[in-house]
Structure formats: structure tokens, C-alpha cells
Design a protein around this ligand. Sequence first.
Ligand SMILES: [Zn+2]
Length: 683
Amino acid sequence: MSVVIAQESGKKAAAEPPWMKDSAAKLERELSGNYGEAARPRLQRGLKQVAEFWRAEDGDAAGFEAFVRESFAGDPKTLDALFARMESAMESLDGHMLEINRDFRKQSDLDIGPIYFFDETLAGYDPSAHVADDFFENKLAFAVLLNYPVTGLSQRLAEGEKWSRRQWAETRLAERFSKRVPASVNLAIGKAASEAEQYISEYNIWMHHLVDDKGNRLFPPKLRLLSHWNLRDEIKADYGAGDAKNGLAKQRTIARVCERIVTQTIPDSVVNNPQVDWNPFTNDVRPTADKDSDFPAPAGRKTGNAPEPDTRYAMLLGTYRAARLADPYSPTAPTMIARRFDENRQIPEARVKKMLEDVLSSPLAPRVAKLIEKRLGRKLEPFDIWYAGFKPRGAYTEAQLDEIVRKRYPTPEAYKKDIPNLLVQLGFSKEKAEFLASNIVVDPARGSGHAMGAQRRGDQAHLRTRVEKEGMNYKGFNIAVHEMGHNVEQTFSLNEIDHTLLQGVPNTAFTEALAFVFQARDLELLGLPKPDAQARALETLNDFWGTFEIGGVALVDMGVWHWMYDHPDATPAQLKEGTLQIARDVWNKYYAPIFGQKDVTLLAIYSHMINSFLYLPDYPIGHMIAFQIKQQMDKTGQVGPEFERMTTAGNIAPDLWMKNATGFPVGPEALLAETEKALTQVK
Ligand SMILES: [Zn+2]
């Protein structure tokens, strides 16, 4: 309760102890006397950083003064020793925590037998949950804050280019302690996130129960689609050969369903309920005349066609209200918006917005739209933001590819054994390939696959891949190659880096882009001809159109978070109106001129918007970064050495990383240039 009050009154998390000013001034005089005037700026900064987080329970004036006298590393030798010790300690801590977590999750993550209730408990346990609290309690966090600079994004952008690698590592060390969020706040955030997650994960539409005016059903029995992923993917699947007769009618129906969800005019009783039939155009609801499932009507929902009571926006509001509880404890990034852009992405929001607008207002968009109209043989409709017809038809069918892959990789071990060979084909030297392979463990995944890097040298990266009983199929191979790209990035950026505090990449878009470099070469790795210029051009147009779509979605997500911060006391109904207005505005500005229809709200359908705390801008940024890296790889021809050179830069500012990798800062130029070229190539 007190936390909420502190936030709403806009005050700092905890008032500075009354003695702090005097104590700090006294220490500054005393210690700059001891260590010389040159130490004074560092002292001032350190004292300010410690004072920011010092609470009454950390000690009184005498305790604070004793701590500072003992912990200020006034001479270079002590400062170096503290840095080295913390770097090594953090690597060990992170690395071992990750190992414990990986071991605890093993039964849940891997396809190695039944999951018991205790396996679920083990998987849910986070051994590092109390680490941050411990480090403030034993004052190691304060020792770091006293001696190394906490920098905000703007400072890193302004000065970072001139910093040494050691300076970058120091600021990453200090950044770890740049917030002190109470456990109760983290708990509240976790609770809101899991409630929203739960809401999203049960939001199914039973498709056979969508009927038109004549009672016709377009979709087969038992088909249950999760909003928004499955609904969107069904629209994509209905292009072309999917369903020539009813494809368009299906797409229009799904688009109407999406609008009903976004506007919350969807009847409450039709969500996740196969016991009623629903006409999404008239909104008429009746008991089903065609039972295809025993799945019961969800308990507690109103029957009839009373609308869903803005639950979608109540969930979103819940995540916002929880997220902002952390604001007062995060002085360098005091809003969720700042934490996403300044900390997670490390690109200022204004830059991201500009990059998105550059794509959305590009003159290439209407040209690509014209081409789509030509291919469809009709005018565009709003759901064509999900047009999926640029996929090239390969020389081999999926069944033929399955056959080839199955023979090569009957087991995960067979894939593991082939890794050095695959890496040599990608242009890594034999020695490098062996080194990388020895750092990658292959596990049988329960899901489709993922890559889990190590965080301390001496541990290995894990490639989780799905191998069916009859052997690996093509889809599994395609994913395994993608995950292997992650593993190689993870191995280089941990084992070949000068400072482990800089391990990794600037943000997730970078590791995804690097993984795509591998994935795009999967056919070559099977010894098959690589995609021709025509196929590559189609692929580029597909990516452009995908970026054009998700860029608008991202702008809506950003707009909505600002709206929530501007209207902290809004009701779910007000948030709904705010969201719809933002979605319409973005649509009207960038899409209506191309689609010839105004006030469409489809851009607000993404489920991430409800439960993922402003995550969506990652997708379009990812596409742009992928094109920059791809362009560089194509230019040099050889993947191996370029990949290694790029990945050993580590977690520095994204623009610095990208300038080192390609000569240019992060931006949409590569994507736009490749699209322009592709437009001239596609027949
Ligand atoms: Zn990935």
C-alpha cells in the first residue's frame, strides 16, 4: 500500500536520511584530502550514487561513514583489484545460477520422459531471485556504486564512442546495481504479468462455430484458434492454394473477429466456448446447432451476446499499474517506457520512432502494395497487412526435404556429430569449427527448439532440437540451424571476449539477426542449390511487408504506453477508447492511403500488447538489424570470419556494435535498399 502511495505522489522511493548531506560533505573533504584533489570528482559521483539507494536499515550516519572510508578505492591498485574481483565473481555467479536453473528445468524442457509435479516446482524455482537483495545487504552493491559510474543511455550515447573497453565494462558492472526494487514490487509485477498471460493463453475462438447469415460454417469442426497468433496465421494460410473457394470469406470473417476483440464488442459468451454459434457480423449468439466438442462453456461468463466487459484493457491496465511501481526505484530509467528503450534496447525511443516512421512512410510501401494487388487480382483489404504470398516455391517439396534430412539426422547425436562439418561449410576454419562444436551440447527438446547460452567460461551452450522418432524433419533442421547460430554467437561472445562483463550482444535483435544468417543457408548446408535471385527477392519483399505491418503495431504499442502514463487513473473503458483512437490514428496516417479504408483498428489485436510490457517494437527493429547484418555478410561472402569479428564486440551500445560490424549505425536503410532492389527483380 505504501508503495502505491509513494508512486502516486510522484515522490522518490525513500526519503534520503537527514544526516546524509552532512556525512557526504564531510567524507568528500576528508577522502579527497587523503587521496588528492584528482579523486574528488569520482568521490562526488560515488557518494551521490550510494546516497540514492541507501536506506535507514543499511546503517546510520556512523555506519555510512565507516562503509565509505573502507570501501572507496582511492588508489588505482585497489580500484583494479575491485574491478577484477567483481568481474570474476559476477561471471561465476551468473554462470552457476544459469546452470542450476538449467538443471532444475531439465525434465520440463527436454523430451526425456514424464513431467511430475515436483518437476514443475523445480522448473519454477529461481535460484537468483534474492541475489540483488543480498548484494545490497552485504554492501557489495554499494561498493560498486561508490567506485564505478552509473550511466544513463544519453551519456553512453554521447561519450561511449570514446570509452575504452574497460570503461564499458565498468559501466556494465555499475548498471547491475542501478535499481533497488523491493521484493514486494517484483512480486506485484510478476502477478500482473501472469494474470495477463493466463487471460491471453485461454483466449480461443472455436472456428466451426462462426456462422454467416445463412448459418453456413466456413471452418472445419474442432478448429480452435488462439488470439492473435493462430487467427493471424490462419489469414496467412488462406492466401493462394490454401482454400481457393472460401479463402477470402474466411479472411474477412477472421478480420471481423479481430475487430470485435479489439473493440470489446465480442460477446463474452463466445470466448473459448464451443457450445455457442456466433455470427461476428451481426453479433448474434445462439446455442450451437453443430456440436463438435465436449469442451464445457467457461464458468462464470455471461451467456447471450452481452459484450466482454473490457477485460482485455483491465489486464493491460493491471500490467501498467504493476510496472510503474518499480519507477521510483529505478532512477536512471524511471518509467517502464525508459526501461524498455534505454535499458533493454539501448536505443532512444525517439530514434526507434523515427526508424519505424521511415519504413511506414517509405514510397516503397505503395509500390509493394500495388504488386500485391496485382498478385491477388483484387483491391487490398485491411487484413492484407498479413499478406503471405511472397513465399517462393522451392525446387523441392517439404516431403522431399524431410526425406533428405531424415536420412542425414536420424538422432540428435547424428546432428551433434555433424556440427563441425556444417560450420566448415559456413566458412569457419577447421580449428574454429572444432572449438565451437566442443562448446555446444545437443539436447532433445520437448518444444520446437531453442538455444541456451552459457554465462561462464568452462560451461557450454545448449542446442535444444526436436527429432521425431523417424528422424529429424526439415522444419526441425531449419530450426536447429537457427539455434546453432545463436549458440555460435553465444560461444564467441563469452569465450573470445576481453571482458566477461561485456559478454553477449546489445539486445535480442542482434542475436536473432545472427541466427538468421545461419538459417538462411540451410539448403546449402544440405548440399542443395541455394535460393536463386528471384526467390531471394521475394523473401526480401516478404520481410519488407512484415516490417511495414509490425512497425505500425509497434507504434500503437508505444502510443498506448504513453497514454497510460498520461492517464494514470484511467478506467479499462477509457483505456479502450484511448487505444482505439491511437490504432485508428496510426492506421489513418500510414495505411489508409494505401488500403483505401479509414478507421481500421486491426493493428491493436496483438496479444503481446496485453501481457508483454512494450515488447512489440523489438520485432521491426529486429528486421532492420537482420538486413544490415545480412547485407554485410553478402558483401564479404564468407560467414565464418565476419561472424566471429562481429560477435566478439559484446554488449556495447547498439550503434557502436553495428558500426564495428557494418560501418553504419542501426537503421532501416539496408532494408529499404534491398527492397528497392527486389522490386526491380521480381517478375
Ligand atoms: Zn532465435
